[in-house]
Design a protein around this ligand. Sequence first.
Ligand code: MN3
Length: 245
Amino acid sequence: MSAISRRHLVTMAAGIVAAAAAPRAVFAQAPAAAPAAGPFVLPPLPHPTNAFEPHIDAKTMEIHHGKHHAAYVANLNNVAKTNPQLGSSKITDVLGNLNALNDDIKFTVRNNLGGHANHTMFWEIMAPNGGKPEGEVLAAIDKDLGGLEKFQNDFNAAGGRQFGSGWVFVTVSKDGKLAIETRPNQDSPIMDGKRALMGNDVWEHAYYLNYQNRRADYLKAWWNTVNWSKIAERYAAAKAGTLGV
Ligand code: MN3
């Protein structure tokens, strides 16, 4: 073998080693995503990430809140750099009137502000020992959703039927009427002038580490993380016309 071809082989081998090692090295050295400065803020989780085990594992909570929701917030802050009115408007006003936005930001705002609103609600209604529905909320569940057991079964079924990524919500009208509704992607009932009393995230990122393809098991287990006193507060706010995201 000539010196040239031997050198060529050594170079090739080194290239292969470098190529194989590169993705891991890049991943390990990647800095944690710094939140883009701006008007949108990632709300802190109300409980430690391991507070919901075994129903939702700590790693899923960390990634879901610290990566997925954080990315929606960072994307919004990037858009707000060139569209400062976005950061000074009420989230419900923007989502309730997406057609007022310029075409160049409409899609980004729909996905990321929808995601920000949905996840802000989602963390707010979570608690490790969240009790049971009582009082006016329970009365509304009985009246509009056929009682707690039927409601939970119907809600789980609707979440299971949502094809691909999306959400299953209970919407609440100003007169307190409840309905189970699903939305694709990060769409929110706010986009239709409604409000979400509560909702569950059926994107795979919400459950895949622990449940893989078993979305139905996740939907069932999720009820163990629901904060019913917070939902009672949201119900009262909806009837008073003051419920935000
Ligand atoms: Mn999510």
